[in-house]
Design a protein around this ligand. Sequence first.
Ligand SMILES: [Zn+2]
Length: 171
Amino acid sequence: MAVLPTTKHGNPVLTARVEPIEGVTDEILTLVDDMIDTMRNGETPGVGLAAPQIGRALSIIVAEPPPDHEGTEAVHNGAVVLMNPEIVYSKGHTIIEEGCLSCPGVTAEVGRPSHIVIKGLDRDGNAVKLEVEGALARIFQHEVDHLHGKFFFDHLNPIKRQLVKARIRRT
Ligand SMILES: [Zn+2]
C-alpha cells in the first residue's frame, strides 16, 4: 500500500475518458490498495476516491462505508471497491454538503438522488449489484461522476457553479 499524490481540478486526467477494467491484474490489485491507502492517509483524507484522482484514467472507485453499513459485498480491507461501476437506478432527493479531494477546501450543498442501485465488479472481478442509500449512495454518485469527468459543482445552478469554480481557482 502506498499513498499517492492526488490530482487537482484542472488536471486533464480528471476529464479524460476512462478505460474499463477488462481483467484483474496484479497491477490493478496494487492500484486498488494504493487508492484505499490514499483515501485514508493522503494529504486530505476523504471517504471516497476515483482512479483519475490518482492520475489513472481507469474505471475504479473506492469508498469508505459509514459505520452503520451492514453490507459486505465488494468490501476489501474495510472499503467498498467497485470497478466499471454503473448506476442503474436512482430515486428520491436529498441535499448534502460535498467536498472533493481534487478541490481541497471548497464545499457546496448538492442535491442528488437519495437511493441508488449500482452495479460493477468487486476487487476479485465478480459482478456485484448494491442497493444503497444515505452517505454511501452519495459517495458512489460523487465518485462515478469523476469517471465521467464531472465534479460536484456541475450539479449546481449556473450562478452557484461559477461562484464555486471561482473559489477553486483561488485556492
Ligand atoms: Zn471528488
